[in-house]
Design a protein around this ligand. Structure first.
Ligand code: PLP
Length: 455
């Protein structure tokens, strides 16, 4: 097919996610058609190669073109493309993957339920919290606390949990059951004189106030990403998770650790929750479970939650929850091959080494730039936040779209870094196999892009 034909079909037929629909339909936003990929590089139909320093949407963790995973998918499709996992059925791939996931989960976790993507997994998690409290005879305990700038998906409940304005606007969200608390975003604190430890105390105090206002007897759970992802790639302030967890325990509010981004190694630890001393009751997994070679997600539940669910079905009958594609064998086969590859190639260790190298490079080249306010990250995650003036931390007017301009200048140089949706933040989440030489390409081109846009 000729590129012009594809563009026309694209404009006429394709409703793209998270896109300015009018600009796309008018042709003001040409679609880059990706045709192939290998390692950390993707290639478009015009033959342009780009170093994908965002691993798709922080998901192609083992890198592109892994034949081990492609072959596992192909073998599964030939042998058994589909069978469901309802009422006493399963497949070798789904059962093996469940075992591999639980071997990698924290010790107090009991079982994994499989879904398709992060949004549906979080939808499952909220239903499980409600089910749990109903079984325990606490039907009022329903509200869920999420954080401003959290990202948990874009369904009705999950879009409500997401604390980014774009995902609420004109959708009449958030739903009443979802309430938001302070984002653990030290760089954007109101009081610039506040220390990081004091900022953690401030977040704890805000949470306590919210719980007091709503009543702990009405609150089922708290959901958070170990590291804020789409909200700006923000590692938590010092001592944040243990302090938050203590409040939640005191009020019998369960903790969901949304590890769609951080699960399976992105922070340099197997799970982001372990990295930050969290003891979640439920863990959400998706992206890194299969490195996006096939759609698959999961909800890992703790012994404590599992016991209640188990007893509940003895009393009330089978749980009325499941999707046709839960534990899809092709996704499961991809997951098994992917988790094995991560171990075999020691990819999680590389995240700490090369991720540190990447951030150190940004710091060395851009740390003194007058418009670079913050350089942060952990493992294979990094972000550069731009400011109009460092003194007094004055942010740019959002209409100047500085982050988007830097990201576009970087793409023109052949490197993909993501302009995060709220604030002038350039995000990086490369595949775990990124080498130091490839990190150098990211660093050099990022410096050039920043200087081109901001001087
Ligand atoms: N949770 C987190 C932390 C995410 O980053 C995402 C997606 O980026 C989701 C949930 C939603 O996952 P999905 O887009 O697969 O529905």
């Amino acid at each position: 097919l000729h590129n012009d034909q594809l563009s026309q079909w694209d404009r006429e037929n394709f409703f793209h996610p998270s896109t300015h629909l009018a600009k796309h339909a008018r042709g003001d936003m040409p679609t880059r058609v990706i045709s192939g990929a290998k390692g950390v590089y993707i290639e478009d139909r015009d033959g342009k190669k780009l170093l994908d320093a965002f691993a798709g949407l922080y998901c192609v963790n083992v890198g592109y073109g892994r034949t081990e995973i492609a072959e596992a998918i192909s073998a599964q499709a030939h042998e058994l493309a589909y069978y469901h996992s309802y009422v006493g059925h399963g497949t070798e791939a789904s059962i093996t993957l469940a075992k591999m996931v639980m071997d990698r989960a924290p010790a107090n976790m009991s079982k994994v339920y499989f879904g398709l993507g992060g949004s549906d997994a979080n939808e499952t998690n909220i239903k499980l919290l409600w089910y749990y409290n109903n079984i325990l005879g606490r039907p009022k305990k329903k509200k869920i606390i999420s954080r401003w700038r959290g990202y948990h998906g874009s369904g009705l409940v999950t879009g409500s949990l997401t604390g980014l304005e774009l995902f609420h606007k004109k959708f009449d969200l958030p739903l009443d059951q979802v309430i938001h608390t302070e984002a653990p975003y030290y760089f954007r604190r109101d009081d610039l004189d506040m220390s990081e430890a004091d900022f953690t105390n401030h977040c704890v105090q805000k949470l306590e106030e919210l719980i007091a206002r709503e009543g702990a007897e009405n609150i089922a759970g708290f959901i958070g990403e170990p590291v804020l992802g789409t909200g700006g790639i923000v590692p938590p302030p010092e001592g944040y998770w243990p302090a938050i967890q203590a409040v939640l325990k005191k009020h019998d509010i369960l903790l969901i650790s949304d590890e769609v981004v951080t699960g399976f190694g992105r922070t340099g630890s197997m799970m982001g929750s372990t990295h930050y001393g969290m003891e979640p009751d439920i863990i959400t997994i998706a992206k890194g479970l299969t490195s996006a070679y096939a759609p698959l997600s999961g909800s890992i539940v703790s012994d404590k939650v599992w016991k209640v669910l188990e007893d509940g079905t003895d009393e009330f009958g089978p749980i009325g929850h499941g999707w046709t594609y839960s534990a899809h064998p092709i996704g499961a086969a991809a997951g098994v091959a992917n988790l094995k590859l991560i171990d075999d190639l020691n990819l999680i260790e590389n995240n700490t080494v090369t991720g540190d190298y990447l951030r150190a490079g940004f710091m060395e080249r851009l740390g003194d730039h007058p418009n670079v306010g913050d350089i942060r990250g952990v493992g294979m995650l990094a972000a550069i936040e731009f400011v109009e003036e460092k003194q007094g931390r004055k942010f740019f007017d959002p209409s100047k779209t500085v982050g988007a301009q830097v990201s576009a200048a970087l793409a023109a140089k052949g490197v993909i870094g993501r302009a995060m949706p709220q604030g002038d933040i350039l995000g990086f989440a490369p595949p775990f196999c990124l080498t130091k030489d490839e990190a150098d390409i990211v660093i050099t081109n990022t410096e050039m892009a920043v200087r081109e846009v901001l001087g």
